[in-house]
Ligand binder design. Sequence first.
Ligand SMILES: [Mg+2]
Length: 179
Amino acid sequence: MNQRAIFLDRDGTIIKEKNYLKDFSEVELIDGVVEGLRLLREMRFKLVIITNQSGIKRGIITKEELKKVHKTVKELLIKEDITINGIYFSPDLPEERSTTRKPQTGLIEKAERELKLKIRGSYCIGDKKEDIEMGKKKGLRTILVLTGYGRVTKENVKPDYIAKNLLDAAFWIRKEEEG
Ligand SMILES: [Mg+2]
């Protein structure tokens, strides 16, 4: 049976926002991420990261460097017994016509096929407007986290819930699920 998923943004949601992070040694998990992901895992959700990485096409970061960053994110979480089922990125620029760059939904659809996900009843968590918009386009319940750019974003989006951080988001999801 296909499992539901939590679609997670990367920068400002899972790891600390650093402008065009290219050095894997600078990867730092945000407080509450380990506990939050663990809780979501216990609820039997698949965990999928969807991230805009235009730094690739801007020539700021190479695909190799990005791969190392993502390997590091996975390893830091594996140490905590948390498996990330997939990390999907869009290298496209904002001014390009893209099907994958958030708020477009191409990467959700790719993950849906490859990981055999059930979209209905899935959730989307992020700190920017494009995260919330992408989730809404797919009919997901959306959560804005106040980590990263969340405090600025808050002024112009209407997510289903505004969470202090990922742990708070996970608590809210648990309540919804019980509800
Ligand atoms: Mg972000």
